[in-house]
Design a protein around this ligand. Structure first.
Ligand SMILES: Nc1nc2c(ncn2[C@@H]2O[C@H](COP(=O)(O)OP(=O)(O)O)[C@@H](O)[C@H]2O)c(=O)[nH]1
Ligand SMILES: [Mg+2]
Length: 222
């Protein structure tokens, strides 16, 4: 059902004083908005046109430069409401959140609004790093049901979150999403060619995500 994969660098960390060396990004949004497509473009340079429902997938990106090491765990979630416990676990354990909607479907923006509220309520804090992604911009303006200016001003000015327009299909601004989330998380980076490549597959589950997180908390406290 789930897998964890290590993959190549697309972002290189430049700061020797990064506040944290292990980040957990959670990608959320309604089913069909392109969450899996975004993760797949970012990590594997692939776009899959047929739709396959995701239950939950954990990916890992390892980034090295000048001795600096950043691990990005990226949790690709299901958009369905059938897994409330998994969603709560993901919200509790994520360091930063990428909330995706499709520009051709206004309801998916409503879902992003409600997910954001859920995250802020569950975490009980206002400064959780969140980036809202308007995906499928390749469909063209006449198919857009939400104007970019409307969404951007709401997200950036009213909510104080990051906003990125993207197309997983055409690979437009996909790296920009991850740059923005690192910016929101105050991790400094710069774009560069891959400096080290690693790929690995191993079984995973949301339980493991939880265990990993507990372990990290314990080691941070020791
Ligand atoms: N036109 C267009 N289709 C996309 C884009 N991203 C994803 N899709 C398609 O939308 C469908 C759902 O994508 P998927 O990534 O599985 O959505 P998820 O349920 O949010 O993970 C698939 O058929 C994708 O090929 C995009 O940027 N543009
Ligand atoms: Mg998916």
């Amino acid at each position: 059902m789930s897998s964890i994969r290590l993959t190549k660098c697309q972002l290189s960390v430049t700061s020797p004083n990064i506040p944290k060396s292990h980040y957990r990004l959670v990608v959320m949004g309604a089913a069909g908005v392109g969450k899996t497509a975004i993760v797949s473009q970012f990590l594997y340079d692939q776009f899959v046109s047929e739709y396959k429902e995701t239950i939950e997938e954990l990916h890992r990106g390892e980034y090295y430069m000048n001795g600096v090491h950043l691990t990005l765990d990226i949790l690709d979630t299901s958009g369905a409401h059938t897994f409330p416990a998994m969603r709560k676990l993901a919200i509790d354990n994520g360091d930063a959140f990428v909330l995706v909607y499709s520009v051709e479907n206004e309801e998916t923006f409503q879902e992003v609004t409600s997910l954001r509220e859920q995250i802020l309520e569950e975490r009980g804090e206002n400064d959780v790093p969140i980036v809202i992604v308007a995906n499928k911009t390749d469909v063209g303006d006449c198919h857009r049901s939400i104007l970019p200016e409307t969404a951007e001003s709401l997200v950036c000015l009213d909510w104080g979150n990051g906003y990125v327009e993207a197309s997983a299909k055409d690979n437009v601004n996909i790296v920009g999403i991850f740059k923005e989330i690192l910016r929101q998380s105050k991790v400094r980076y710069e774009l560069s060619p891959a400096v080290k490549r690693r790929r690995q597959s191993m079984p995973s589950s949301s339980k493991k995500w939880f265990k990993l997180s507990k372990r990290r908390t314990q080691s941070a406290n020791t």
